[in-house]
Design a protein around this ligand. Structure first.
Ligand SMILES: NC(=O)c1ccc[n+]([C@@H]2O[C@H](COP(=O)([O-])OP(=O)(O)OC[C@H]3O[C@@H](n4cnc5c(N)ncnc54)[C@H](O)[C@@H]3O)[C@@H](O)[C@H]2O)c1
Length: 349
C-alpha cells in the first residue's frame, strides 16, 4: 500500500505517514518505535462504532495486547473528568513507562490522549491516528495537547510530541459533510497563509485528499520546526481563529469551529483591506462559499470586541491578528485593542 512520509524534527523527531488504507499497517509502523509493549487505545463513541473492532484486530494480529477506553463523542469530553478517568484506566491496565497510548479519533481524542500521555508516569509514548480532516491537517501534528476547563477552551495543556502519526485518509470517508467541511476551513487557511498553489488547487471540487492533506501537514511541520513552543511564527496558524474563536464563544459553540474560522478569515481579509495590505476578500469569500460556508457574521463589533478582550492571544492593551498581504503570504499584525475595535466597527456595523 503506498503512502507518503513527512518527517518532523522537534523536541522529539517523528514521522507522519499519510495514505489510503494504511491503518492495516499500523503494527508494522509501530513495532520499530515501540517494540513489544501493552497499548491503550483512546477513542470516542462514533469512531469506536465505525472502526473500534478494526483497530483492535489490527493491533492484536500484530501481536500486541491492546485495551480500549471510549469517551462520548463531542467537545464536552475534552474535560478534566475524562482525563482523570483515563489516567486511572491506564493505571488499572498496569501501563508502565515502556507501554504506549494510541489516540484514535478527531482532535478531541488527540488532545486528551496527548495530554494524558504527557502526564501519566511523567510521560509515556503516544501515537496519533487522526480520523477527521481537521485532526489530520492540524491537531495531530505539532504536539499541542489540551483539555477544556470551565474558564475556557484548551486552557490546560502541554507541548508533547507523538512518536508517530498514522493518517489513513480512507477513514475520512465516513465523516458527515459538516464535519468534513470544518476541516476544509483549516485547509483553506494553510493556502492563504503560506501557499498560493495549494489555495488554487482548492478551487477544484473535491480536492485530491491525500495530496492536500500532505501539503497542509508539510506547512504545519515547517512552522512547528521553527517555532515549536508558539513564541511567534506559529501564530500564523491562527489566521481566522482570533475572530473565529470570538464567534464560537458568542454562539455558545452552536457555530462549529470550521464555520467560525471561515467567518473569521473573511473578517481578517476585510481588515487587511482596511489597512491597505491587500484586498482578497471577494476572492476568499468566493472560495469559501464554494465549500458551502455561511459567511455572515451574526455579531456586531461590540460583541466581538468584548469576546476578544478575554482572548488568550491578548497581551495587555494589544492583540495580534494574522492578516493577508496576498493569497499565500500573511503577516502577524499587532494592534492596540481600541484600534482593532474601531476597525471592527467599520467592518461589522
Ligand atoms: N492540538 C492542536 O494543535 C489542535 C489544533 C486544532 C484543533 N484542535 C482541537 O481539535 C478539536 C476539534 O477536532 P475535530 O474537529 O476533529 O473534532 P472531534 O474530535 O470532536 O470530531 C468531530 C466529530 O467527528 C466524529 N468523527 C471522528 N472521526 C470520524 C470518522 N472517521 N467518521 C465519522 N465520524 C467521525 C467524532 O466522533 C465527532 O463527533 C477541538 O477540541 C480543538 O480544540 C487542536
Amino acid at each position: 500500500m503506498s503512502y507518503r512520509t513527512i518527517h518532523v524534527e522537534a523536541s522529539r523527531n517523528y514521522d507522519i505517514h499519510i495514505g489510503r488504507g494504511i491503518l492495516s499497517q499500523i503494527g508494522d509502523f509501530i513495532r520499530p518505535l515501540l517494540g513489544d509493549c501493552r497499548l491503550v487505545v483512546l477513542t470516542d463513541s462514533n469512531v469506536d462504532t465505525l472502526y473500534g473492532d478494526k483497530i483492535i484486530t489490527y493491533l492484536t494480529d500484530a501481536g500486541y495486547v491492546a485495551d480500549k477506553f471510549v469517551i462520548p463523542a463531542g467537545e464536552a469530553s475534552k474535560c478534566a473528568e475524562n482525563l482523570l478517568d483515563f489516567l486511572n484506566f491506564l493505571a488499572e491496565c498496569q501501563i508502565t513507562r515502556s507501554d504506549s497510548i494510541i489516540a484514535f479519533g478527531g482532535g478531541v481524542v488527540g488532545d486528551l490522549a496527548g495530554l494524558a500521555a504527557s502526564l501519566y508516569l511523567r510521560g509515556v509514548k503516544y501515537v496519533q491516528i487522526p480520523t477527521t480532516l481537521l485532526a489530520a491537517v492540524d491537531s495531530s501534528v505539532g504536539g499541542k495537547t489540551a483539555i477544556d476547563i470551565p474558564a475556557g477552551k484548551n486552557l490546560v495543556g502541554a507541548f508533547y510530541q507523538p512518536v508517530l502519526v498514522c493518517c489513513d485518509t480512507a477513514l475520512m470517508d465516513t465523516l458527515s459533510p459538516e464535519i468534513y467541511r470544518d476541516g476544509c476551513a483549516e485547509v483553506v487557511k494553510y493556502g492563504v497563509i503560506l501557499d498560493k498553489a495549494l489555495y488554487d488547487t482548492l478551487k477544484i471540487h473535491p480536492f485530491e485528499r491525500d495530496r492536500v492533506v500532505a501539503r497542509c501537514v508539510e506547512i504545519k511541520r515547517d512552522i512547528v520546526q521553527k517555532d515549536e513552543f508558539d513564541n511567534g511564527l506559529r501564530g500564523l496558524l491562527n489566521f481566522g481563529h482570533t475572530f473565529g474563536h470570538a464567534i464560537e464563544k458568542l454562539s455558545c459553540f452552536s457555530v462549529s469551529h470550521g464555520s467560525a474560522v471561515a467567518k473569521g478569515m473573511v473578517i481578517a481579509t476585510k481588515m487587511a483591506a482596511l489597512c491597505n495590505m491587500c484586498d482578497v476578500t471577494d476572492e476568499l469569500h468566493g472560495l469559501l462559499l464554494g465549500y458551502g460556508f455561511d459567511l455572515s457574521c451574526p455579531y456586531g463589533a461590540d460583541e466581538i470586541y468584548n469576546a476578544l478582550l478575554s482572548d488568550k492571544k491578548r497581551r495587555g492593551g494589544s492583540i495580534t491578528v494574522v492578516l493577508p498581504r496576498s493569497i499565500g503570504d500573511c503577516a502577524l499584525v499587532t494592534f492596540p485593542i481600541e484600534e482593532l475595535y474601531d476597525k471592527l466597527k467599520i467592518i461589522l456595523n
